[in-house]
Design a protein around this ligand. Structure first.
Ligand SMILES: NC(=O)c1ccc[n+]([C@@H]2O[C@H](COP(=O)([O-])OP(=O)(O)OC[C@H]3O[C@@H](n4cnc5c(N)ncnc54)[C@H](OP(=O)(O)O)[C@@H]3O)[C@@H](O)[C@H]2O)c1
Length: 323
């Protein structure tokens, strides 16, 4: 069965209960919103009871329900998955992700889940090395050994990551990075969610191989700063740093935890060592053109607009330059 056939065969016919682990995340919440419009029963699995829900519980949406489970407990996860036919694994990147997802696979086996779709990450070839990618490969291996029907999606970087950079860009007018002018592919997480939903709902067997999910173009940081300048109307520049400088900036100015600062610097080094080239896999899976970076930036324009003081200073500087 080809990938295209599977996606096309994602018919409206209802499947059994679908559980979503990571239902409040970027991909997970987009999956929940899409499933809310389809004829299927869905259970979002939360780790915190007071979390804002991706889809509100209402009488009209009786097919959307939530369960709470301590993700450190196989028993609690297994109880949360009880009665589920299909499971989406989409927990956040982090030092414990491999353990959480491996535990969830064991819990799913115990609960009698038949099919698992995992949001994974791209293959990283030596000499590049990304710790989070190693952890995804380890979970993929657990999935493979589980004997359950499964498929892993390997999306490139999410366009939504740029929202994490929005405040620094708005405050400093600068895109900082350590990947020089390496061009990277970004995919909108909502397109990743669309592919995941097609697989979750599909009546056909899942493709036997992991699937790359890409956005439609390759962009360097300099090109991104030009796009951001164009969408905001303010000059945004790109400043390239060494890996160590970048790491220090992420730790000191952005106050990111050590693992996340290291992860971002590893990804930039990876972009330099093994640049992205694929711009077609997302389109083939979606059967339509994926969302573009321009569309994404236009939609989120307000987030990148300069803070008022910087805006005044930048406008004055632009006017002075014109005189
Ligand atoms: N970002 C990218 O560019 C990118 C690219 C390729 C692949 N991926 C992969 O795509 C997957 C989904 O990413 P995402 O951006 O949708 O994730 P996300 O927004 O960070 O969402 C994480 C979800 O996992 C839950 N979670 C449970 N335990 C967690 C823990 N210990 N640490 C962090 N989150 C935990 C979160 O719950 P709470 O809401 O309670 O925190 C949330 O629902 C991840 O596996 C990631 O590695 C990401």
């Amino acid at each position: 069965v080809s990938v295209q056939e599977v996606v096309e065969a994602a018919a409206q016919t209802p499947v059994g209960l679908i559980s979503v682990l990571g239902c409040t995340g970027t991909v997970g919440s987009a999956v929940m919103r899409l499933l809310a419009t389809r004829e299927c029963a869905v259970r979002g699995v939360l780790r915190r009871p007071h979390r804002v829900l991706p889809v509100a519980r209402t009488d009209e949406r009786a097919h959307i329900r939530y369960a709470i489970a301590d993700h450190r407990s196989t028993d609690e996860l297994s109880r949360a998955f009880e009665g589920s036919d299909v499971l989406l694994l989409s927990t956040g990147t982090g030092p414990d992700q491999g353990n959480i997802e491996s535990r969830a696979i064991r819990a799913a086996q115990r609960a009698g889940v038949r099919r698992i779709v995992k949001i994974s990450a791209p293959l990283v070839e030596p000499p590049a090395a990304v710790e989070a990618a190693r952890s995804h490969r380890a979970v993929e291996a657990v999935l493979e050994a589980s004997g359950l029907e499964h498929c892993s999606l390997r999306p490139t970087a999410f366009m939504q990551n740029w929202l994490r950079n929005a405040a620094p860009i708005a405050h400093t007018g600068t895109v900082y990075g350590s990947c020089a002018d390496a061009r990277r592919n970004h995919v909108d997480a909502r397109d990743v969610a669309s592919v995941a939903v097609a697989l979750l709902l599909s009546r056909s067997p899942l493709p036997a191989t992991a699937l790359s999910v890409t956005g439609p173009e390759l962009l360097s940081h300099t090109e991104m700063s030009e796009r951001l300048s164009s969408v905001t109307g303010f000059r945004i520049r790109h400043r390239n740093l060494s890996g160590d400088e970048h790491h220090r900036l992420l730790r000191s100015a952005a106050r990111l935890p050590e693992w996340l600062a290291r992860h971002i610097v590893e990804l930039d080094a990876c972009a330099l060592l093994t640049p992205d080239t694929d711009t077609t896999s997302g389109r083939a899976l979606l059967g339509r053109y994926p969302r573009t970076m321009d569309e994404f930036l236009e939609e989120h324009r307000a987030a990148f607009l300069p803070a008022p003081a910087w805006a005044r200073w930048s406008r004055a500087r632009t006017q002075r330059a014109r005189l």
